[in-house]
Design a protein around this ligand. Structure first.
Ligand code: NAP
Ligand code: G3H
Length: 483
């Protein structure tokens, strides 16, 4: 079923129901993160081609919004089934293109199928409601409001490299479920995975023009597409820099932005330190820390600092390192040279300023070994920057207040963890943390995908999570009957 999306390893875009080769014959070579081999070529689309895609999306959406929720939900169930059946194809594509290990690729695909299915379940329950105006002050029982959910129109979905299936589908499924059409612009490194995903929705029977794709470098086509007159909503996941750039270009087009993070693991003196160390190491190093929700700093009370450090040091030795072509590993090569250079820069800056490297600090190509750093002080870049790599700084604190202050001083506000046996303390600290989600006695993480997921400050705008995404990509439409 995937043969039609490419010819001679040159991928096509889905445009108005047909897979179309590049008009200009201009292609970007996608090389494997793992061995530099060619994975395939994706078209660099011109502004004219983008215009055509967006024109089709406008037309298709007008018909699509007239279909029943039941019809749309059934297409989603079918898409989830097809995705699951083809898990092997997706795993292969992801391993080569983004260098994720097989086990994580598989779980991403299966989680995505569940997400799509749950979206179908959820949208069925989000149908219209009626309100009678008699409850309000000075009540008027003669007014009846029919409140329907209206789609917004054309949704531009822009996804990052690290979850090329899940973070594309988690925009597409809620958007189309409520009657929008979608144009997917995947991360260039990850775009082949994105094209495979869209083929699944097409195979499930999503009508022409309802989902289409655009490929090309964000740095070249991004500014044009985000400000396009035919876009009604932008659903973006990626770095804070690009998120900010989009808001500076898109004018009044509404957005959801899921951006970077610097999630803190706050460890109190009464925490179960074995459990805490397990959670922190898993949270910091899986997929080499290339997760928005990775634990990116530890703030530990001085009383238990040394014991925790010892436990982290013991645990980090279990973190597996290697090339996903040879097996399942926690730490794998980073997505590109620039990312690896950036991470090494953070490590070197910390060393220069007096931090102690406990483990790691070793690089082979883009593979950076899991690195644990103590004696980290607030003048070091690693205390504040999002590494998106396998490096974990440990900062010693004297009080809860200090932990909260340092946690909140970050420009980011995605998630935080608090480790303690005292639920009252945990809840008090949770109340004061400026983040979207606080995890108590668990690593920071996104799922379950039905929960609201959001970042505050430079971590984002708006709320995702199945029901919340449907709400964000629709609006109430009120018709009032006056009798
Ligand atoms: P990125 O470099 O910001 O790219 C994200 C997407 O934006 C890609 O599709 C990229 O396309 C596109 N893009 C680039 N320039 C653009 C422009 N001027 N206009 C419009 N789109 C443009 O991020 P990434 O490296 O793929 O992902 C890592 C970042 O994403 C991290 O900061 C991570 O924390 C964040 N993230 C956040 C969440 C969350 O839920 N909060 C989840 C996952 C990742 P090209 O690839 O063609 O440049
Ligand atoms: O990279 C961001 C993802 O949304 C994180 O999801 O916490 O399940 O790894 P995760």
């Amino acid at each position: 079923m995937f043969e039609i999306i490419k010819e001679n390893n040159k991928y096509k875009n889905l445009v108005n129901g047909s897979w179309i080769a590049s008009e200009s014959n201009d292609y970007i070579e996608i090389k494997s993160v793992l061995d530099n081999s060619t994975v395939g070529f994706v078209p660099t689309m011109s502004q004219k081609e983008v215009d055509n895609v967006l024109e089709n999306a406008k037309v298709a959406q007008k018909q699509w919004r007239e279909t029943s929720i039941d019809e749309r939900a059934n297409l989603l169930y079918k898409a989830a089934e097809i995705l699951e059946k083809n898990v092997g194809v997706f795993v292969d594509s992801m391993i080569h293109e983004i260098g994720k290990d097989k086990k994580s690729c598989k779980s991403e695909v299966l989680r995505t199928a569940d997400f799509i299915r749950y979206t179908a379940d959820t949208v069925r329950t989000m149908s219209s409601e009626c309100l009678v105006g008699d409850g309000f002050y000075g009540g008027n029982p003669k007014k009846t409001g029919i409140i329907k959910r209206e789609p917004l129109g054309v949704v531009l979905a822009i996804s990052p490299f690290n979850y090329p299936i899940n973070l594309a589908a988690s925009k597409i499924a809620p958007a189309i479920a409520i009657g929008n059409s979608v144009v997917l612009k995947s991360s260039t490194q990850g775009s082949i995975c994105g094209l495979h995903l869209v083929r699944v929705f097409e195979e499930a029977g999503v009508p022409k023009g309802v989902i289409q794709t655009v490929t090309g470098k964000g740095s070249e086509i991004g500014d044009y597409i985000v400000a396009h007159k035919n876009i009604d909503f932008i659903n973006f996941t990626g770095s804070t820099d690009i998120g900010k750039r989009i808001t500076s270009k898109c004018g009044m087009i509404p957005v959801i932005l899921e951006l970077g993070g610097k999630d803190a693991g706050i460890v109190l003196e009464d925490a179960d330190l074995d459990h805490t160390a397990n959670q922190i190491i898993g949270g910091a190093f899986s997929y080499s820390g290339q997760r928005c929700t990775a634990i990116k700093r530890v703030l530990v009370m001085e009383e238990v600092h040394d014991i925790l450090v010892e436990k982290l040091l013991n645990k980090i030795k279990d973190v597996t390192v290697g090339n996903p072509l040879n097996g399942d590993f926690d730490v794998v090569p980073l997505i590109n040279d620039k990312s690896a250079d950036f991470v090494m820069g953070l490590i070197n800056d910390a060393k220069d300023k007096g931090a102690t490297i406990l483990y790691g600090d070793k690089r082979e190509g883009n593979l950076i070994y899991p690195t644990l750093i103590k004696d980290v002080t607030l003048d070091m870049n690693v205390a504040w920057e999002e590494p998106f790599g396998p490096v974990l700084p440990i900062i010693k604190v004297k009080s809860y207040e200090e932990a909260i202050e340092i946690a909140n001083k970050s420009e980011y506000g995605l998630q935080s963890s608090v480790f303690t046996k005292d639920i009252n303390k945990a809840l008090n600290i949770a109340d004061k943390l400026e983040v979207g989600t606080v995890q108590i006695n668990n690593k920071t993480e996104r799922g379950p995908d039905s929960f609201p997921f959001l970042g505050v400050k430079n971590s984002g705008i708006g709320v995702q999570g199945v029901k919340y995404s449907v709400e964000a990509m629709s609006r109430p439409k009120v018709t009032v009957l006056n009798i």
